[in-house]
Design a protein around this ligand. Structure first.
Ligand code: GLU
Length: 449
């Protein structure tokens, strides 16, 4: 718990203001626990109310999203944009379309995004948005009508210098295309820099699709090399999820010499002891939005088991949780440790509960937190913005090389920050402190706190 009285006050105000926002409290508390190590050396934080400002979004927009389904019936969803912090650059962060979306989830994601975006070293502030709309099972025409209605309100809150949304769970190339089309229609202007994750024919960046998964492996590889003099070569890897992040993490882990033996979706998981065949997974998931169960029907020697948490009973050297938040609790973490894993790196946002992280760290596993490990996606979004401003595009190799160097730089930055705080190798503290310092210095310099 927190030692600093100032931080205790800030945290209790966060909880009192929004008692139901459990995920947001969890994300804030983790960061405040890290700040506890430095706050006494910075009386200017309390004097300027810096941390009170830091935990309060600059602006939150909620809006009605009415749309007509294929039966001609009007459906009404709720849309949100949490514009959390713009001290170092325009608000930046994805949109999530999933039935579990609410203000607590989006505030936790927006809060994490501030620090993640700061760690990329690029000039982007923090935001998140989305809707409780579920694209699963909807026709393309329904998704299009929903996206058009969503953008009919969102357009007035975004802009290349104001706020630049992108994808997240449930928002991929199809949704970004429909959203962009509606913005262009309303504004009568082709402003490529208002969204990232765009298609390659209208301003998207090469390697953006691969970036989060590839970046996760680049950072993990650097962590293995520098902290254990080791690599992915010959390692067994378990990856939860089977979306964009999981698929391209698997692709890069394999390219670096690892064997990926399992993937999951929200229904269950597949185990292929011979090594997952990625072309089959891509065909199922990217080809026709199928379920991972289909893999076991198509690949001999693999098995499918209902229930997504069971994936963590499969022994592995490296665990890459790439599904969603709070997937790994204390018991699952103990199983992963007992089975002999050496490293865990978070591809999803906050997939490990705080007790699980403690289990990993106490057992001496390497642990890379999401805000560093999955920053490759948003970093490449910032590279997309850069290309849009230049009206130019880099090759795949150019973007990939920049991504790799950004991820390696993030690792060294957070490792050094952990050392400076006297907790060498605690990358949770390192990421929180390194990410925070840049944003807070910018806030203090601008007198906006
Ligand atoms: N949704 C991604 C994330 O969690 C990417 C955001 C973006 O590219 O703006 O970082």
């Amino acid at each position: 718990m927190l030692n600093s009285e100032y931080l205790q006050r800030v945290y209790s105000q966060v909880v009192t203001r929004d008692p139901d926002q459990k995920e947001f409290h969890q994300a804030v508390l983790e960061v405040l626990e890290s700040l506890d190590l430095i706050v006494d050396k910075h009386p200017e934080y309390e004097a300027n109310g810096v941390i009170e400002s830091f935990v309060e979004p600059e602006r939150v927009v909620t809006f009605r999203v009415p749309w007509v389904d294929d039966q001609g019936k009007v459906q009404v969803n709720r849309g949100y944009r949490v514009q959390f912090n713009s001290a170092i650059g325009p608000y930046k962060g994805g949109l999530r379309f999933h039935p579990t979306v609410n203000l607590s989830i989006l505030k936790f994601l927006g809060f994490e995004q501030i620090l993640k975006n700061s760690l990329t070293g690029l000039p982007i502030g923090g935001a998140k948005g989305g809707s409780d709309f579920d694209p699963k099972g909807k026709s393309d025409a329904e998704v299009m009508r929903f996206c058009q209605s969503f953008m009919t309100e969102l357009y007035r809150h975004i802009g290349q210098f104001t706020d630049v949304p992108a994808g997240d769970i449930g928002v991929g190339a199809r949704e970004i295309g429909y959203l962009f089309g509606q913005y262009r229609r309303i504004r009568d202007a082709h402003e490529a820099g208002i969204l990232t994750g765009k298609g390659l024919t209208y301003g998207g960046s090469l390697a953006r699709t691969e970036a989060t998964g590839y970046g996760l492996c680049y950072l993990t590889a650097e962590m293995l090399k520098c902290m254990k003099n080791d690599s992915f070569a010959g390692k067994t890897v378990v990856i939860s999820g089977s979306g964009n992040v999981a698929i391209f993490a698997a692709e890069k882990a394999m390219a670096l010499g690892a064997k990926v033996v399992a993937l999951s979706d929200s229904n269950g998981f597949v185990h292929d002891p011979n090594g997952i065949q990625l072309d089959v997974v891509k065909d199922i998931k990217l080809g026709h939005r199928g379920r991972i169960k289909e893999y076991a029907e198509r690949v001999a020697g693999s098995t499918y088991t209902e229930g997504f948490r069971g994936i963590w009973t499969i022994p592995c050297d490296i665990a890459l949780p790439c599904a969603t938040q709070n997937e790994i609790d204390e018991d699952i973490a103990k199983t992963i440790v007992k089975n002999g894993a050496m490293a865990v790196a978070e591809g999803a946002n906050m997939p490990c509960r705080p007790e699980a992280i403690r289990v990993f760290q106490e057992a001496g596993l390497l642990f890379a937190p999401a805000k560093a490990a999955n920053a490759g996606g948003v970093a490449t979004s910032a590279l997309e913005m850069c290309q849009n401003s230049m009206r130019y595009s880099w090759t795949f190799e150019e973007v990939d090389a920049k991504l790799k160097s950004i991820m390696e730089h993030i690792f060294h930055n957070i490792y050094d920050a952990s050392k400076d705080c006297g907790v060498t190798g605690d990358l949770v503290v390192g990421a929180n402190i390194a990410g925070f310092k840049k944003v807070v210095d910018a806030m203090l310099a601008q007198g906006i706190v």
